[in-house]
Design a protein around this ligand. Structure first.
Ligand code: FDA
Length: 317
């Protein structure tokens, strides 16, 4: 790596750790929550209400893009709170169907009570997956911190094998050393998997600390997934990986019906439009809700340059 790239990586690495540390500060949270939407959080979050989100999803559909939405939130204190989240998601699923949007739900199991017990989360997600299935909708289970990976994969497997639900998929994170083994275990299910690099700050004992290693792992996993029988959601803004996917698919006769690209709302919108224009299915992950703070901090942590975007808004405002 050239000296300049090394310096940039070091600065970004330090900033990233700084952003994750600041995210835990109560004062930072209070400040950002009070002014964040005005300062530009709306670039990454489709509003605080379902109505606001639906309007954004429709605009995306009108531009030829697919979408998924997530009611932001992670972790609930008790079963009643988890039940309220399930109820909100039922409303979202029904509304997506009623509005005939090309959109589905992607959710986090901690939001459905995973920390309260694996069975609590399982029952809740099964209920939602059945509701989605009744509308012919897909449902994606996001992947969270390392501590939840085993339970998330077990729940995904139960939905497929015990409940016989084929309209569910989950996520694998390329930064984890364990992922090749997890993938090998899942491939016999012909799974619908979203591959991401990984968004959480994990220790070097479980995840590659160097970005170059994560990128290389991503490509190896992608190659295996595309070559196998399932469906792959290539979720990255990394143009080199996107172009590599397109070449690999063309060279190996992998049809456009076997994979899609997924990008985050507010990130590389021109790339999203260009890929759709080139005939690929592009899904934009478009979250909403009042609990947007941790989501926003992860987006800043991924690309510390986004902080500049906020500072510019603050100076203008
Ligand atoms: P990388 O970080 O190498 O970025 C490539 C380029 O994209 C950068 O140079 C920059 O230009 C641009 N870019 C990337 N992130 C940006 C940002 N936040 N703002 C502006 N530009 C940015 N993670 C996870 O652990 N569990 C999950 O379930 C999901 N789900 C998920 C769904 C979808 C649709 C996406 C796109 C991503 C996720 N992620 C995730 C997040 C993922 O793990 C990862 O943190 C981000 O996608 C950033 O990594 P890239 O693959 O984009 O590459």
């Amino acid at each position: 790596m050239a000296a300049r790239e090394q310096l940039t990586a070091a600065v970004n690495g330090g900033l990233r750790r700084g952003i994750f540390a600041a995210a835990d500060s109560r004062n930072v949270r209070r400040l950002v929550k009070r002014h964040g939407m005005r300062l530009g959080a709306g670039r990454f979050v489709a509003g605080e209400t379902l109505d606001e989100c639906i309007a954004v999803l429709r605009r995306l559909n009108d531009r030829g893009l697919w979408a998924n939405t997530t009611l932001l939130g992670e972790g609930v204190a008790d079963r009643e709170q988890a039940a309220a989240v399930v109820h909100s998601y039922e409303e979202v699923i029904d509304r997506l169907a009623a509005e005939q949007l090309r959109a589905n739900v992607a959710l986090k199991l901690t939001h459905l009570g995973l920390s309260l017990g694996e069975d609590v989360a399982y029952e809740n997600v099964e209920q939602l997956a059945r509701r989605a299935a009744a509308h012919g909708q897909f449902l994606r289970i996001d992947m969270e911190q390392f501590a939840f990976v085993d339970a998330t994969l077990r729940i995904y497997r139960r939905l497929r094998e015990e409940a016989g639900l084929d309209n569910v998929g989950t996520v694998l994170q390329a930064y984890l050393y364990r992922t090749p083994e997890d993938l090998a275990g899942l491939l016999p299910l012909a799974p619908n998997l979203r591959l991401v690099k990984g968004a959480y700050l994990e220790p070097a004992s479980v995840a590659y600390p160097e970005k170059a290693d994560v990128d290389a792992a991503y490509r190896r996993l992608l190659e295996q997934m595309l070559a196998a029988g399932g469906y792959t959601a290539v979720a990255t803004h990394d143009e080199r990986l996107i172009e590599w996917t397109i070449r690999f698919a063309a060279e190996n006769g992998i049809g456009h019906d076997r994979f899609e690209f997924q990008l985050l709302y507010g990130v590389r919108p021109q790339l999203q439009a260009d890929l759709a224009r080139r005939g690929f299915k592009v899904l934009v992950a478009t979250p909403y809700g009042p609990e947007w703070y941790p989501y926003l901090m992860r987006r800043l942590g991924e690309r510390p340059a986004n902080l500049l975007f906020f500072v510019r808004h603050a100076l203008r405002g």
